[in-house]
Design a protein around this ligand. Structure first.
Ligand code: B12
Ligand code: SF4
Ligand code: SF4
Length: 406
């Protein structure tokens, strides 16, 4: 999954608080885009007009009992539906060097933002001045435990079958931050969920929400079907202790990966990962990988489905329940969606971000990997003259493959 720009900094309460402004045109633009595109309210209108971020500093109050505040934050988090809340120091530590090595090896592929924002990732204070603490949160999303085994069915990653987690997680975190403001007084903070250069798995593991699985995701004894989110803040909350890792000698995720993307324990070469190939990559999917995609048209769950700890996972938040039959739709059905239908039906769903062209590209490949039925060949032929050269080329590849078979 990739980062989606958020709406800039927030603060608990403005009254009596010193505020400073910092240029952040991208955050302002994004917020305006969201207001116009989706009619959402944006609370800090003055802030948007100024394209600025507000940084409210917390006046350290030695009389505050930060242990008690942390305990209450955990309770409030549970009341808001979070599976876990923990606290880490805003110091990404050794993860930064590993990230540098990963980037130097080119494993980020075309995700330029990963390299561009390295320093912001390494120094949380550059993203939100005054940050000393990260409140890490996990929200369960498992919508069901079915898998799309029929090759004519579209396999859409479970995280993407319901509402867009970026919004759901951040809006819950915003509520949590509002409540923290009531407890601790005005404080400086900013909320994130896959929306800015933040080392999310690193902080979640430091905060004791789980350990890093060999597939690189945050894993706990309740599994890994969890979104992560954070509040960067200037409250001196006591950090939690990390938990022990429980992967042991298991390597199920490495063995299950269809493309060999987990090139070593704890190292994913994104260029090989189906999530990258179907979501992040803008151009042609390299031919060598196309047959390996099977019927996966958006993301991939195999490293998680194969993980023994996910046997203990519970169903996730109702917000992530499947919509528009995305858990059972056929490839042919989805391939017939016009651009307007794609945009309408996927409003509020993360899939919309890839756009109709990449959607068709992915489904064409999946159809090419399926059985050579007349229906599949007929569906592909309807898009042989698609205006997009990218779609045409993937359709031609799929047709050639099916004709070889039939
Ligand atoms: C870029 C990105 C991707 C890329 C690259 C994935 C990757 N593993 O790097 C792609 C597009 C491939 C991707 C795919 C997916 N992603 Co993604 N992704 C991100 C993103 C934006 C950044 C991750 C990152 O920093 N990668 C850089 C590399 C270097 O980091 P890393 O792989 O974690 O490497 C670290 C470790 O390997 C560690 N390390 C190295 N050696 C060793 C050795 C030991 C012993 C240890 C302990 C550690 C260790 O150090 C490295 C640096 O910290 C985060 C959100 C965020 N801002 O953090 C979401 C995020 C990681 N993705 C997420 C999800 C859900 C997915 C998918 C499951 C989506 C899907 N179903 O298709 C797949 C899973 C693929 C996988 N196995 O990783 C969730 C994970 C939630 C969780 N439970 O952990 C996140 C946190 C988003 C969110 N807010 O929920 N993703
Ligand atoms: S998401 Fe799929 S392709 Fe990517 S590492 Fe996991 S199993 Fe491999
Ligand atoms: S499949 Fe095994 S090695 Fe991979 S994350 Fe799960 S427990 Fe760890």
């Amino acid at each position: 999954m990739s980062e989606r720009p958020d709406q800039g900094a927030r603060q608990g309460r403005l009254a009596g608080t010193k505020v400073t402004f910092k240029e952040n045109h991208q955050a302002g633009r994004q917020c305006l885009r969201e207001v116009f595109a989706e009619g959402l309210g944006c609370r800090f209108v003055g802030q948007i007009k100024n394209s600025g971020n507000i940084h409210a500093m917390h006046d350290r109050d030695s009389k505050l009992d930060y242990d008690a505040i942390k305990a209450r934050i955990r309770e409030l988090g549970r009341e808001l539906g979070f599976a876990e809340i923990g606290v880490a120091r805003a110091e990404p530590g050794a993860g930064v060097d590993r990230l540098r090595a990963w980037l130097a090896a080119g494993m980020h592929g075309e995700m330029d933002y990963m390299a561009r924002h390295l320093e912001l990732r390494a120094q949380p204070q550059q993203l939100q001045a005054g940050t000393i603490t990260v409140i890490a949160a996990a929200l369960d999303y498992l919508p069901h435990d079915r898998t799309a085994d029929d090759p004519g069915q579209a396999a859409i990653s479970r995280y993407a079958q319901g509402r867009d987690y970026h919004k759901v997680v951040r809006s819950r975190l915003q509520k949590l931050a509002d409540a923290i403001g009531q407890l601790a007084g005005p404080f400086g903070y900013r909320v994130f969920s896959d929306s800015a250069p933040v080392m999310e798995v690193e902080y979640a593991s430091q905060a004791g929400l789980g350990w890093r699985g060999k597939h690189t995701l945050l894993l706990s004894k309740q599994g890994s079907w969890r979104f992560l989110g954070e509040i960067y803040c200037d409250l001196p909350l006591p950090p939690d202790a990390p938990v022990d890792e429980h992967c042991g000698t298991c390597r199920a995720c490495l063995d299950a990966c269809p493309t060999g993307a987990i090139v070593a324990p704890y190292v994913v070469d994104a260029r090989r990962c189906i999530s990258y190939l179907t979501i992040e990559l803008a151009g042609a999917i390299p031919e060598a990988f196309r047959p390996l995609l099977g019927n996966r048209i958006y993301g991939c769950d195999d490293c998680q489905s194969s993980c023994p700890w996910n046997r203990f996972a519970r169903l996730g938040d109702p917000e992530f329940a499947p919509r528009h039959g995305l858990d059972s739709a056929t490839l042919i059905e989805l391939f017939a969606w016009s651009e307007t239908q794609f945009n309408d039906r996927l409003a509020g769903n993360p899939i919309r971000r890839i756009g109709h062209e990449r959607w068709l590209r992915n489904i064409a490949v999946a159809l090419g990997n399926g059985p050579a039925t007349d229906e599949a060949i007929g569906a592909l032929q309807t898009r042989s003259n698609d205006p997009s050269p990218l779609v045409r080329e993937h359709v031609a590849w799929a047709l050639a493959r099916l004709r070889r078979e039939s």
